[in-house]
Design a protein around this ligand. Structure first.
Ligand code: URA
Length: 210
């Protein structure tokens, strides 16, 4: 069983993350690094996938060889920045099923409101990995996980690139059963809800919208 928080300290992950944090890194560079790093993070988050064996014939003899067991896992991108993580993970797990959760913040209530929601069927039978690069306040991630649970998901992971202590605490309080895998835990949130030192707005940096 994964701990509630796993920080992937692998040197390649940390090196790539440093280049992503650097404001001099281009949009294309940021996007490419996110794709690469998401594969390394996916390797960690899928470490405990159930296995079975399949009878195959090598050129030399028959063999009971290990293969993944159970239904295809579901990757859920929390829009829009989640799509940057999604692409890389799909390179590694091309047969995964994919869903999307779109949320915006109601300016009066400050609560996350759903504007798009489409997820694979039979979530209750799948490992469900929700992805969003930044776990900041945790408001949208916690709400997204809640929606996935209402759709039947009961075996969830949350994968992000950077997490703030506030977001981790929020997720742990709301969803203690959902392990978080991240590349780093930063110091804090600033008054605008940005992770510090962070890397800025992940969506803007990967899509070049600012
Ligand atoms: N979302 C981002 O893209 N960046 C942050 O620092 C916090 C939330």
């Amino acid at each position: 069983m994964l701990d509630h928080l796993t920080v992937v300290t692998h040197p390649l992950v940390q090196h790539k993350l440093t280049i992503m944090r650097d404001k001099a890194t281009s949009t294309a560079g940021f996007r490419q690094l996110l794709r690469e790093i998401s594969q390394l993070l996916a390797y960690e988050v899928t470490r405990e996938l159930p296995m079975t064996t399949r009878r195959i014939e090598t050129p030399l003899c028959p063999m009971d060889a290990p293969v993944l067991d159970g239904k295809k896992l579901a990757l859920i991108s929390i829009l829009r920045a989640g799509n940057g993580l999604l692409d890389g993970i799909l390179d590694l797990i091309p047969s995964a099923r994919v869903g999307f959760v779109g949320l915006y913040r109601d300016e009066e209530t400050l609560q996350p409101v759903k504007y798009y929601y489409k997820v694979p069927e039979a979530l209750e039978d799948r490992l469900v990995i929700a992805v969003d690069p930044m776990l900041a306040t945790g408001n949208s991630s916690v709400a997204a996980i809640e929606m996935l649970k209402q759709s039947g998901a009961n075996n969830l992971r949350f994968l992000c690139l950077l997490a703030a202590p506030e977001g981790i605490a929020h997720m742990k309080a709301a969803h203690p059963d959902v392990p978080i895998v991240t590349a780093a835990v930063d110091e804090r949130l600033n008054e605008h809800g940005y992770i510090v030192p962070g890397l800025g707005d992940a969506g803007d940096r990967m899509f070049g919208t600012k």
